[in-house]
Design a protein around this ligand. Structure first.
Ligand SMILES: Nc1ncnc2c1ncn2[C@@H]1O[C@H](COP(=O)(O)OP(=O)(O)OP(=O)(O)O)[C@@H](O)[C@H]1O
Length: 640
């Protein structure tokens, strides 16, 4: 057996090795107190203790415990997966009972410019809304009604389970419908202080993805606008063209494959690795959207704005099948009586186009509701795009918006009637009392199951984290003591390395050092002297780095090196330092998605760079210019 020390390798007989293995370190240290070797009564007892020799049985024990931990992690992952399947099933059943087409209603709060009447025309309950018009009261039932005091948070709490089902692999479509100026954009986008559904959904999906360690989720985003029957790519990079040349963002084709899956050819799809990048792209897309001033809304959306999040779910095994689902969040253009909005010319045409596509959407939803064989998806671009997210196995949530004002009552009744037609097959009100009770009981049971499965999932997830941490520590101890493990000697593919780096939780350098020094034999840890030597070396390097930096910036004083520290331009160390310090990426340098990274991410659409989020917004401080900008929000110059 060979035992290595720093200076030499000594060949020992198995007998010697055995002796040194069983020598407790205390004996060796105590024996050296008087400078003599430890004396033993028994002739078989060890005489010399070699601290650099590691017991063979300890090595085997360590190997065994590593193997046990690996097995335990596999079992825990399977257990977690089964709880996750249970939770997904329960959620899916709940959503099915509630109806695959759900309709909520939100009443906008009064604006400061609006006058309130003593007898307000709208009365709300949790699932009912009544409208008084010309002495007649009309009632409409919904899955949920949000009154004027409801916050963005209240709305999102109800939307969240549907988002969750998108992460579970279902296609989901959340749409805001309503008369112009009733708060569709407010609900979907919101403001900085009161973020709406889309920014909250982006945060939520990343939060859920961070909790889920049984499979890895990745996301990509696309945004488009349906304007006057044309599709406009809102995330397309601005092509380099001359100022007078219009930007063509509209060369998009809707394709449906044999399985009925929709693909929009030429649509930009960006990878969103984190929530900051996702928000950055979303804000970019919003700025390109077409809006216009009308009598009713100073920044009226003149189109349907569609945000698509594609969710890629990879199983933990590399060969596991990849699931892809889509989450559509749609801010529909305002339904309006064209006379009332005072629209003329192009704005009038825009209004007509919006109304046509909304009625096509109503027809599709009505056909789905009646489960009719033929669903007229082809009647508008909007319904063609959403085809695979409106059909079987998909979940639809429509949020109908109404105004609280008396003068809007006619429009309010139109919107509520549209929503009534779109409601799920079995409206709760149509069910008998008995069936209603049974339904509620079943839902309560399923909700209990879902909660339980979620808690169990969390518990097992924590156990997995603990076991993985322990495994890493043991492997580290093994490799520092005995060299690399057999399975670690084979080269790891870059994909696995990437996966590992994503999954490994961040531990501070200090904590790692502490854990290593605790797990190592004492003789292997650094001494005070070695730490001092290392510290001095590190300080020297940082001083040289600082000087090199100042040298680049042309500072003369920093050139005055002391004799012992001076560096010449010809010194190779100095050249290397200059080179490496220049390698830092410059501000604004785009992060290009290379083909290999794209392959890793599982994206199969267009390559696109991901620039870092900019912190500065371009605004006008000139009040005149501000007013002009406000009234002319239409950004159609780049539209063809
Ligand atoms: N729940 C609400 N609370 C406070 N303010 C609201 C609410 N809903 C809407 N608003 C305000 O009402 C105005 C019109 O809202 P918004 O632009 O969202 O309407 P819209 O339905 O999207 O209109 P359009 O169809 O013309 O685009 C905005 O100033 C918005 O801030």
């Amino acid at each position: 057996m060979f035992i290595s020390t720093e200076e030499e390798q000594i060949a020992l007989s198995p007998n010697n090795a055995k002796h040194s293995l069983i020598s407790p370190p205390m004996e060796s240290s105590s024996g050296s107190l008087d400078g003599s070797s430890p004396v033993s009564d028994s002739p078989d007892s060890p005489v010399i203790a070699d601290v650099n020799v590691f017991p063979e049985h300890l090595k085997m024990e360590l190997e065994q415990s590593i193997a046990n931990l690996e097995e335990e992690i596999v079992q825990l992952r399977l257990k977690k997966k089964s709880f996750d399947v249970k939770r997904r099933d329960a959620l899916n059943k709940i959503l099915d009972i509630k109806g695959t087409i759900r309709v909520f209603c939100r009443v906008r709060s009064f604006l400061v410019t609006e006058r309130r009447k003593v007898n307000e025309p709208i009365l709300t309950e949790s699932e009912k809304i009544a409208v008084r018009s010309a002495g007649v009261k009309k009632e409409f039932g919904f899955d949920k009604v949000f009154n004027q005091t409801s916050s963005q948070e209240d709305v999102f709490v109800e939307v969240e389970p549907i988002l969750r089902s998108a992460l579970d692999g279902h296609n989901v479509c959340v749409m805001a419908y309503g008369q112009t100026g009733t708060g569709k954009t407010f609900t979907m986008d919101g403001t900085n202080d009161q973020p709406g559904i889309v920014p909250r959904a982006l945060e939520e999906i990343f939060h859920q993805a961070s909790l889920d360690n049984s499979s890895s989720l990745s996301f990509s985003m696309s945004m488009l606008e349906v304007y006057m029957g044309n599709l406009k790519d809102l995330l397309a990079p601005k092509p380099v063209c001359r100022a007078y040349e219009p930007i063509n963002r509209c060369n998009l084709n809707i394709q449906t494959d044999a399985k009925g899956l929709v693909d929009i050819e030429g649509l930009t799809e960006v990878q969103i690795p984190d929530v900051t990048k996702a928000q950055w792209w979303y804000n970019k897309g919003r700025r390109v959207r077409s809006t216009s001033w009308t009598n009713v809304n100073e920044a009226s959306s003149r189109s349907h704005c569609l945000t698509r999040i594609t969710i890629f779910r990879h199983g933990d095994a590399l060969e596991a099948k990849r699931e892809v689902s889509k989450l559509w969040m749609v801010d529909l253009g305002g339904s309006e009586r064209l006379l009332k909005t005072g629209a003329t010319g192009q704005t009038l045409d825009e209004g007509r186009a919006i109304n046509l596509s909304l009625s096509a959407l109503a027809d599709v939803i009505a056909a789905l509701r009646r489960k009719r064989g033929h669903v007229p998806y082809r009647n508008s671009k909007l319904t063609q795009i959403l085809k695979d997210s409106l059909g079987d196995g998909s979940k639809i949530l429509m949020l109908v918006h109404v105004s609280p004002c008396d003068e809007d009552v006619g429009e309010t009744i139109c919107s509520l009637s549209f929503a009534k037609r779109a409601r799920a097959v079995e409206s709760i009100r149509e069910l008998s009392e008995d069936l209603r009770k049974q339904r509620e009981k079943k839902m309560a049971e399923l909700e209990g199951d879902m909660r339980e499965a979620k808690v169990e999932c969390q518990k097992v997830g924590n156990q997995i984290n603990e076991a993985e941490f322990l495994l890493r520590e043991k492997k580290k101890l093994f490799s520092t003591t005995y060299g690399l493990l057999e399975d670690e000697k084979t080269p790891i593919s870059p994909k696995e390395t990437l996966k590992e780096s994503i999954k490994t939780p961040r531990v501070s350098e200090k904590a790692i050092r502490r854990s290593i020094s605790n797990s190592l034999p004492r003789f292997m840890t650094s001494t005070v002297a070695s730490r001092q030597r290392q510290g001095t070396a590190e300080r020297e390097i940082s001083v040289i780095n600082v000087r090199a930096r100042s040298l680049r910036s042309g500072s003369r004083s920093s050139m005055q090196f002391s004799h012992s520290q001076s560096l010449s331009f010809l010194d190779p160390r100095f050249k290397v330092m200059l080179r490496t310090s220049n390698k830092k990426p410059r501000y604004g340098e785009p992060d290009i998605l290379t083909e290999s990274r794209k392959a890793n991410s599982g994206l199969d659409s267009k390559t696109i760079f991901v620039p870092p989020p900019r912190s500065k917004m371009v605004t006008s401080s000139d009040p005149n210019l501000k007013a002009t900008l406000c009234r002319h929000r239409r950004r159609m110059s780049d539209f063809m």
